[in-house]
Design a protein around this ligand. Structure first.
Ligand code: NAD
Length: 475
């Protein structure tokens, strides 16, 4: 039996939802003109406040590279808002559909209509991008929206609320702040659609809550995303690109390569190439503005425990600390660690790593590599390094993941024309670009009967005419 959480905030949340729903019922979805203004206004506000966000997110993280904030939290949202602004009128256009001969001259079309009020729950790792990219799709589709950002980035949530308040009336979009208890009450609200980004275990609970009121959900979850280096691909290049994708935001990225598969016998060469690449990217770590800290002590301790567990189980630890710095201070930065000879039951192979720790596993053939990937839950991302078309096609055919990036890391996620989402335990549904517009729209089928039509042909009393028609149809 579903337990409704009683929370003092519940009534406040319900009042916000009622305000937006009333506005939707009275005024309908946002007009095209309002969508245009809002998408443009929010993009401009983010550009104007980019420095404020960089500073605020850095305070929430302890340290967050300001370049990474601008590159991964501000730029993708600005790009998404501008892309949606440019294309939403075309996405909105009703689509004519052909009608079978026997129902002509009736016509058919599909209207994409706003659902109403959308709920968006977002995590801390990219606190602006993961709150506002879904919003771009929701607004493009004409919805109103309530956002619940993560309690682990509270200063950023305050700033988000300010920026949203500058661009939107609360009857259009508002930000709800608070802890997990507020999030739990939030996902019980009777939204017209709920988009949740976060971990797979919490996603499960969110879906359970939403099921109570049959609220449709899009779940953007996590998992262990593999990188597979094929025998033909230069190891140093694969290592460098894996290092870039893994160490961005100190590995706290849902699509970061979680483990890497290399041809058997080349593990040591990969470790050496990764070490070299990482040292070039980050000659120092603890005192480097480019290297981001771990979000909080709990996650820091979790990662330390992951490494300690690997040691206990006999794995070989390769720490990368080019300047020989001391990491035992309060900075919450962790030097990158590669793990080889790691048994499968180690924690680092059982859960999503979400930090700068990378197991390096060996495979015997591409088939074997695909088997190793398929033994685990379907991942959010898959990275394939190969210039050999047949090898790439073979891996694409034999595996399934939310998305794929070939010969690089992370970049599939910032393509507005490519839907972004997981599959199975890494999520359901997708957004970005037109996929986001569709996620937040109802595709409404409309059949329009013609003034003069053949409907009389199919009504009772049935007899010879109907028999002749059926014999034609069922030939
Ligand atoms: P999380 O699941 O702990 O929290 C995500 C959000 O859910 C937060 O806003 C939190 O307040 C809320 N929440 C927490 N407990 C809840 C509950 N019981 N009911 C309802 N809401 C609840 O995740 P996190 O630690 O913030 O983020 C890391 C996870 O998110 C990783 O697993 C990562 O892979 C995943 N992630 C996925 C994507 C994606 O696009 N697929 C993007 C970023 C992060």
């Amino acid at each position: 039996m579903h337990e409704t959480i009683s929370h003092p905030e519940r009534e406040r949340l319900q009042a916000h939802l009622s305000l937006q729903r009333r506005a939707f019922l009275q005024e309908g979805g946002l007009t095209a003109q309002r969508r245009d203004e809002a998408l443009g206004g929010l993009a401009d506000a983010l550009v104007r406040r980019a420095e404020d966000f960089a500073r605020t997110i850095a305070e929430d993280f302890g340290h967050r590279s300001s370049h990474e904030t601008k590159l991964a939290d501000i730029y993708p949202v600005v790009a998404a808002l501008r892309h949606a602004r440019k294309h939403f009128r075309r996405w909105m256009r009703p689509r004519r559909r052909p009608i079978q001969m026997m129902f002509r001259p009736g016509t058919g079309r599909i209207l994409h209509q706003p659902l109403g009020v959308v709920g968006i729950v977002s995590p801390w790792n990219y606190p602006v991008q993961l709150a506002l990219s879904p919003l771009a799709g929701a607004i493009a589709a004409g919805n109103r929206a309530m956002l619940k950002p993560s309690e682990l980035t509270p200063r950023t949530s305050v700033l988000l609320a300010q920026v949203i308040g500058d661009v939107f009336d609360p009857s259009e979009v508002l930000v709800v702040q608070g802890g997990v208890d507020v999030a739990q009450a939030f996902v019980q609200l009777d939204f017209d659609h709920l988009l949740f980004t976060g971990s797979t275990p919490v996603g499960r609970q969110v879906m359970r809550s939403a099921a109570e009121s049959l609220v449709p959900v899009t779940l953007e979850l996590g998992g262990k995303s593999p990188a597979l280096v094929a025998p033909d691909f230069p190891l140093d290049k694969a290592a460098e690109r894996t290092a870039v994708g893994k160490l961005f935001n100190a590995g706290q990225t849902c699509i970061a390569p979680d483990y890497v598969l290399v041809p058997r016998g080349r593990e040591a060469a990969f470790v050496a190439a990764f070490r070299k690449a990482a040292a070039e990217l980050y000659p120092r770590l603890a005192a480097n503005a480019d290297y981001t800290a771990i979000i909080n002590r709990r996650h820091y301790d979790r990662l330390r425990e992951l490494i300690a567990d690997a040691v206990k189980r006999g794995a070989v630890i390769h720490e990368i600390n080019p300047a020989g710095e001391d990491f035992n201070g309060d900075g919450r930065r962790i030097a990158p660690v590669l793990l080889t000879d790691l048994p499968d039951d180690a924690l680092a192979m059982q859960e999503e790593i979400f930090g700068p720790v990378l197991p390096v596993l060996a495979y015997d053939s591409l088939e074997d590599a695909c088997r190793l990937i398929n033994e685990r839950p379907r991942p959010l991302a898959l990275y394939i390094f190969s210039h050999d078309r047949e090898s790439v096609d073979c891996v694409l055919e034999r595996t399934l993941s939310g998305g794929v990036c070939i010969n690089d890391t992370l970049l599939h996620c910032v393509q507005e024309e490519l839907p972004f989402g997981g599959v199975g335990p890494s999520g359901m549904g997708a957004y970005h670009g037109e996929a986001g517009f569709r996620t937040f729209s109802h595709a409404r089928s409309v059949f329009h009967q013609a003034r003069f039509n053949g409907a009389g042909m199919t009504k009772p009393p049935y007899g010879g005419r109907m028999n002749r028609l059926l014999s034609l149809l069922l030939r």
